[in-house]
Design a protein around this ligand. Structure first.
Ligand code: NI
Length: 208
């Protein structure tokens, strides 16, 4: 029994020393610029609305590389911009045609970090803000022209950083984005398509 005490003490004092040494360096808060990089999946809501007077629309999910840029101007408050490569979604208009569209959904959120400014290595956050989505390269299988208007909408966000060292953290984040777009088929207004996706991203945070 006695033999086990020393190693245990040793390990716990090393751990305590490591924590105390790093506690100042780990200040996570005001003045941090940060970027988060990872893979994001855009999962549209299950009901994407109807166009052409009753044809249901179904928009599939897509996964691509995404990144964010942000700044904490206060220990507990920051801003973050979600950027990405364009997402490409296959879509079906029931009984009419299949097709696809690409979109770019930059999203700006104002964020609250409840544990910002503390030594916690677990740093959750929530955010709210605005999304602008621009659609491009809309296609239909039957050759009809499809145009989807740009969309402005509200966005909400939750996320968490698990700090690894002074600069790096594991990150997971999710956004809900209200994306509604007016569709035109062959130039005529055809109804509104609701994308309203949940975006889930996993990757790394880096702050400097
Ligand atoms: Ni909506």
């Amino acid at each position: 029994m006695r033999k086990a005490v020393l190693p245990t003490l040793l390990v716990s004092s090393i751990a305590a020393a490591a924590l105390m040494t790093s506690s100042q360096a780990f200040a996570y808060g005001a003045g941090d610029f940060f970027t988060r990089v990872g893979v994001a999946q855009v999962e549209p809501t299950s009901d994407n609305g109807e166009i052409l007077g009753g044809a249901g629309v179904d928009v599939d999910s897509d996964t691509n590389f995404a990144f964010t840029l942000g700044y904490r101007f206060h220990d507990k408050i920051g801003v973050e911009l979600l950027a990405a490569l364009p997402f490409k979604h296959d879509l079906q208009v029931d009984g009419v045609t299949g097709g696809s569209t690409e979109h770019l959904p930059p999203t700006l959120t104002l964020q609250y970090y409840p544990l910002g400014g503390t030594e916690s290595r677990v740093q959750p956050y929530v955010g709210a803000g605005v999304n602008y989505t621009r659609f491009s390269d809309e296609k239909t299988d039957i050759g009809a022209s499809l145009e989807l208007d740009d969309s402005w909408g509200a966005a909400g966000q939750v996320g968490i950083d698990l700090l690894i060292d002074d600069n790096w953290a594991l990150n997971a984040a999710a956004w809900y984005i209200d994306i509604d777009t007016d569709a035109r088929v062959n130039g005529d207004p055809a109804g509104t398509v609701e994308i309203d996706p949940v975006v889930v991203m996993a990757g790394l945070s880096y702050r400097f």
